[in-house]
Ligand binder design. Sequence first.
Ligand code: 5GP
Length: 183
Amino acid sequence: MNYFDDKIKDILISEEEIKAKVKELGERITADYKDSGRELIVVSILRGSLVFAADLIRETNMPITLDTMVVSSYGEATKSSGVVKINKDLEEDIVGKDVLIVEDIVDTGLTLAYLKKNLMARDPHSVKVCTFLEKPDRKEVEVEIEYCGFSIPDEFVVGYGLDFSQRFRNYPGVASLKPEAYM
Ligand code: 5GP
């Protein structure tokens, strides 16, 4: 019996689809940055993008530096306020470097808008964004996203790093949950 079987409602994206998409993104990133002559700092936003970032960097074929940030949004748990608290900052100095923010999902875009502004203020050469998922229907602020895995409808999803109450990050696809799974 698979632990997830009776908890998953619909599988929105399969493990195979993810694998193919991550490979494609890794190849695009490599093509775009490999001849830049600058250091590329890949910034994984924890904890949600951990699984995506781990797979993505292994599909790149060039030198990269991996760094991480932990951020949390002030306000209600289910609603992004746009005011972001940095719980763990970068280890690296990013002055004059190319920065690629790796996110799990862009929902309203408020978290990303804050992060991008915060990193831009540190005087890097560039800051671009690679998100695994985006929900276009929920967008509240315009933030440029250079690399996007999948656009999904406005539905709460879990898996491939995304959680509900810290669970389901280890589900290998992207899925919605049955009501019972929220209890
Ligand atoms: P934003 O500031 O773009 O509204 O918030 C993005 C954050 O909201 C994500 O990093 C993630 O933590 C959370 N989030 C938004 N939609 C979902 C979803 O469908 N599933 C999960 N697990 N988290 C989500």
